[in-house]
Design a protein around this ligand. Sequence first.
Ligand SMILES: [Cu+2]
Length: 219
Amino acid sequence: MSTGNWPRIGVAALGAAAVALATPLPAWGAGDVTDTATETFEVRLTPLNGSGVHGTGTLILDESGHEPVLTVRLDVNNVIPGQLHPQHIHGFTADGPVEGKGPQDDATCPTGGSRNQIEGLPEEAQRPDRSLALEEGLDEYGPVLLPLQPFPVPEDRDYLFVETYTGDELDALNLDEVALTNRHIVIHGGLVDGFDRDGRPDTYVASLPVACGEIEMSR
Ligand SMILES: [Cu+2]
């Protein structure tokens, strides 16, 4: 996090002095920076795979500078403590891998009709209403576009995540052509049960989708 996240505040505060800078920053020079350069989005994360994981998110997209800056804040509850929780912005792209889905197609959260099989895990681990693997959700939420790193390893069942992304990191989101509202956020990492027959404990699967939320315009 740096003060660079909020350039409009800096411009306003500096006022006329900013114009006098020997080497003015490119996008600020014209003095035409408006409120429309910053958009705020909201995400409501709801459980997948019966995880009980839920939460909220706020995304702030600042396009007032020479390159976009995306700040992501996630407030996530009821996760497995002490484990790595991958989290991503998912969506569709022009070059696949989901056949028939392009960048303008709105990603959605997986439903009960999603494919249902975790490859490499025993059959006992599969249930009709859960154990939806990362790959199985692809048809609905699309591939990973932006890993929201560093992935948290929370000490408790809740975590608060705030991070800022810019430059090349945002390329896959194709912000020039595709609205962020076409994208989704997916939180991963949960226990898969069904191994009781062998007396083995539940297995933590880091890729297991445990919550999903649509990115929506903030009202
Ligand atoms: Cu993901």
